[in-house]
Design a protein around this ligand. Structure first.
Ligand code: 5GP
Length: 138
């Protein structure tokens, strides 16, 4: 399937849709998931028009991994959670719903269940506050 330039993350990258930004550099962007599965659920995307891992140029894969490491550490500190899950879904059969490659950064703690994937829109003020808190730990 060809990359669809109208997917929501492509629009965010072009500044045509808003996001609660956490971090940005030349090759990547990190922002809050608007339908989070837990508090501080953060996404990292490369600035390359790729659907999944298999069509992402290796230099962007490297940049993405570097940003995931940096932002995941900040999320860990900001959330105070002992565990951080990093997930990246390739293809609808794997559960992917937005077809611009992204990594999920999801704080975890024993006994706290994840909410449903991509279902309930979070309060925007709360997302803004969480993004600010994560930025303080970058
Ligand atoms: P996937 O299912 O493709 O792995 O993950 C897509 C993620 O994007 C989901 O967790 C969903 O909540 C999130 N998402 C969907 N639409 C938007 C949006 O417009 N803005 C943001 N920030 N996240 C979105």
């Amino acid at each position: 399937m060809a990359y669809d330039d109208n997917n929501i993350f492509a629009k965010i990258l072009r500044g045509e849709a808003p996001c609660f930004k956490v971090y940005e550099d030349d090759m990547t962007l990190a922002f809050m998931d608007v339908m989070p599965q837990v508090d501080m659920h953060t996404l990292v995307i490369p600035k390359s028009p790729a659907e999944h891992l298999f069509d992402l140029p290796p230099e962007y894969a490297g940049a993405m991994a570097k940003t995931v490491q940096k932002v995941a550490l900040a999320v860990k500190k900001a959330s105070g959670m002992p565990g951080i899950m990093v997930a990246q879904l390739n293809g609808s059969e794997a559960g992917q719903t937005v077809f611009h490659i992204h990594a999920h950064i999801i704080p975890r703690e024993g006994g706290i269940d994840l909410k449903f994937h991509a279902r309930d829109l979070a309060d925007f003020k709360m997302l803004e506050a969480q993004a600010e808190k994560i930025k303080q730990h970058l």
